[in-house]
Each structure stands twice: as C-alpha cells, then as structure tokens.
Design a protein around this ligand. Sequence first.
Ligand SMILES: C[S@@+](CC[C@H](N)C(=O)[O-])C[C@H]1O[C@@H](n2cnc3c(N)ncnc32)[C@H](O)[C@@H]1O
Length: 170
Amino acid sequence: MNNDELGLLADPTFEQYFLVSPEKLTLIFDAAGIRPEDKVLEVGAGAGTVARHMPPCQSLTVVELDTRLTELLRQAVPHATVLQGDALRLVRELPHDVLIGNLPNVVTESLIDVLPGLPFRTAVLATGHTNFDHLRPTFEVSEVTTISGSDFTPPQPSVSRVVKLARRDG
Ligand SMILES: C[S@@+](CC[C@H](N)C(=O)[O-])C[C@H]1O[C@@H](n2cnc3c(N)ncnc32)[C@H](O)[C@@H]1O
C-alpha cells in the first residue's frame, strides 16, 4: 500500500496517522532493544507500517481497534498474530517482553496506571504531554525522539514525544 492509499484509509475519528519515517522507526526499534527471544506486542497497530519493519523476535502480536484494518494487518504482517479489540483490555491479558504503542493520547493516558503491572521489560510509547514522573521508581524514563508532520501519512498536525520506559529490575 502506497502513501496515497494509506492517506485515504486513515480515519480521523480514530486519530489515525501512520508512521512511515524510516529514521524514526529506526530510533524506536533501537530504543526498544528487541531480542530474538522476545515476545513483542504493538498496540494501536494501524495499517502495520511499524509492525512490518519490526526486528526479529520470538513472536509479534498486534492489536488494533478499527475493524477495517484487521485484514489489512494480516496481509501486511503475515507472521504476526492480529487481534481486533481495545488495547486497554488486551494489554493486560497478553504476555509481552516489549511493548510498542502509538495510541491516541487519551488512550495512552488511560494506559499509564496499568503500566507497572504489565510484564514488559521495555516499552516505547508515543504520547503528547503525558507525565511519567510518578513511574520513575519502577522505570527508567527517557525521551527517544519526537514525531510529527511528514513522519506520518497523512501528516500529523501535532507533535508526539516518543518515550522509553525501561523496567529497573528488568
Ligand atoms: C496514531 S495511529 C498509529 C498507528 C501505528 N501505530 C503507526 O504508528 O503507524 C493510532 C492507532 O490506534 C488505534 N486505536 C485507537 N484507540 C485504540 C484502542 N483503544 N485500542 C487499540 N487501538 C486503538 C487507531 O485506530 C489507530 O490505528
């Protein structure tokens, strides 16, 4: 699927901007530190533009709320397990060593409280102004990069921070 087709697919009601920048994907994957033995979970997988470049791992599961994208994800990332549903619920049920997420900000805000109880060693999350300070006893929190504009198709008008959470005992 080319960028024009991705742009037509995007539904603003789901805040759908698909990350296509190779440079930003590299920064995200470097921060995630994915190992071959890892179970990787991506929440809010969109059209699979992140998942299809995921480094080698033991298993990849992608979660997407928009039913229109499920079959597309299966085609884009045939080796992944594709689940349709709410990331806020599924993230608590699925085993994972690494969590990758670029959800709408309001959904990420709701995810914050459950993060310490999740099994991941490392999470890399795109977010707006979310404050992670109260999670610092559990996680080392660091800024990875920012993503905006033409990093996405269609271009995202706002700027998102990409934040890494590394579990201190992980
Ligand atoms: C900004 S897009 C990012 C897509 C992809 N991760 C990327 O970076 O290209 C956010 C995605 O999260 C999905 N989404 C929104 N709310 C969700 C939820 N509660 N659970 C799972 N996916 C959700 C949207 O449908 C959309 O595809």
